[in-house]
Design a protein around this ligand. Structure first.
Ligand code: ASP
Length: 441
């Protein structure tokens, strides 16, 4: 049994957090491979090490001294060393880094040092080996990861060992350090889990898993116990902030489950993300609700439209020619609606309408703005006839005017478009219908 663990920045913010990580790792002998982020904020208003490093890079770019910021970074690590009682000194490496910064260092290399130093300390603290990500995460020149080469390299470095690996970066074919986009340690962790044939990828953060709805809208939202990768994709597409997008792919493809856990509450089970058939059933018909505001609907009406060949293609041609991508495409008998982002539409609004008119000669083209789209996601809905009826009944009870309905044939989600003003009440109504708790309001 092998578990690969990734700890986010808040789990490494200071010596206290380091101690929690140690006890989590030591609680289970299967936890042999650990990926770490750079130390994050210790309290609100504090700085993440990565942000400070980017700040240094910006100072260097404009020829301004960043000595003070660099000293802050150094102090943070030294504090952890002292408080954890580590017998290690990073002084020489910090001096060398400072020299390099004076003589020119790339932004990526500088930003990557946050994870590098964090991993050095954690390896020392746990008594694990340190394996530098620069030795095995291999980027191609186009900036994507060379998966096979990286997997093979890691296997030769870490097989059957207890290791700590810095997240967030790898190496280009020419030897330069390259980072992922922000939050990229999630991706490193997923690649490690995949390379090491892990039985489980544990992603340790500061929340006990994903919530069924945005807590700003539904304060009593419960934690999702289990979710499939496909459901997760639907929820994150619709705006639920979850994992780094690219971190799902490697583990999903390999059938490795991901468990989101809370470093500050390790006894909680968190959310389990699985590949397909889930052993653990969810207690509710729905898995989660997510939504986004800021959509517009272009409705194109034309009598007998549905018997006209190529009508839809021509409408979409007008959309495509203006560099827009659409989100949804609900159709009626004589209407076709294109749902897209209001912000993207704004600069080309008139041009799109004009082009649709030219190409399709419709009876009317109207644009309706200020729409929010809500996705109710749940694999359980497939086997539960009447789910849609319950959902719409709940919405009508709250007097929510549904402007658009879209249910993919996968039956994994039901999408409804509502006016912005109805957005939050609609999410609450759906939540309370399927999960309960309306009486707590
Ligand atoms: N430290 C990096 C960031 O803040 C990567 C990570 O934490 O995942 O974006």
């Amino acid at each position: 049994m092998l578990k690969v663990l990734k700890f986010g920045g808040s789990s490494l913010a200071d010596a206290r957090q380091f101690a929690k990580v140690k006890s989590i790792v030591e609680a289970d002998p299967a936890r042999r491979v650990v990926i770490v982020s750079a130390p994050g904020k210790r309290f609100s208003g504090d700085h993440k090490i990565t942000d400070l490093l980017y700040l240094c890079a910006a100072h260097i770019k404009y020829g301004v001294s960043c000595e003070d910021i660099f000293a802050m970074i150094r102090d943070r690590y030294n504090e952890i060393i002292a408080e954890c009682g580590l017998h290690i000194s990073l002084d020489k490496e910090f001096d060398a880094l400072w020299d390099k910064m004076k003589n020119g260092i790339s932004q990526d290399e500088l930003a990557s040092r946050g994870e590098y130093f964090s991993a050095r300390l954690m390896a020392e603290y746990l008594g694990y080996e340190f394996v530098d990500a620069a030795r095995w995460i291999k980027f191609k020149f186009d900036g994507t990861v060379d998966q096979d080469a990286s997997y093979a390299a890691l296997r030769s470095l870490a097989e059957d060992r207890k290791v700590v690996i810095p997240g967030f970066y790898g190496v280009m074919p020419d030897g330069h350090i390259r980072t992922f986009s922000r939050g990229g340690s999630d991706v490193s962790g997923a690649i490690v889990a995949r390379a090491a044939y892990a039985d489980l990828y544990e992603n340790w953060t500061d929340v006990s898993g994903f919530l069924m709805a945005d807590p700003h809208v539904v304060p009593e939202a419960r934690t999702i116990r289990s979710i499939t990768y496909r459901e997760l994709r639907e929820l994150s597409y619709m705006g639920a902030t979850v994992l780094h997008e690219d971190s799902v792919f490697p583990v999903h493809r390999a059938g490795i489950p991901t468990n989101i856990r809370n470093t500050n509450a390790p006894s909680e089970r968190g959310t389990m993300i699985t590949h397909g058939s889930v052993e653990e059933k969810n207690p509710y018909v729905i898995t989660g609700i997510a939504g986004k505001l800021g959509f517009s609907v272009i409705s194109v009406e034309k009598a007998m439209m549905n018997s006209e060949h190529g009508f839809g293609r021509r409408v979409l041609q007008a959309v495509e020619e203006n560099g827009l991508s659409f989100e949804h495409l609900p159709t009626g008998i004589d209407t076709l609606c294109v749902v897209l982002s209001t912000a993207e539409l704004a600069p080309v609004r008139e041009r799109v309408v004009k082009r649709i008119m030219e190409l399709t000669e419709p009876d009317s083209v109207t644009i309706h703005d200020n729409m929010g789209i809500i996705a109710t996601v749940g694999r359980g809905m497939i086997h539960n006839p009447g789910t849609a009826a319950r959902l719409f009944t709940a919405l009508s009870r709250e007097h929510v005017n549904v402007r658009m309905i879209d249910q993919g044939s996968s039956e994994l989600s039901i999408l409804v478009g509502v006016d912005s003003i109805d957005f939050q009440p609609a999410i609450r109504a759906i939540y309370h219908e399927f999960v309960g708790g309306a009486e707590q309001r």
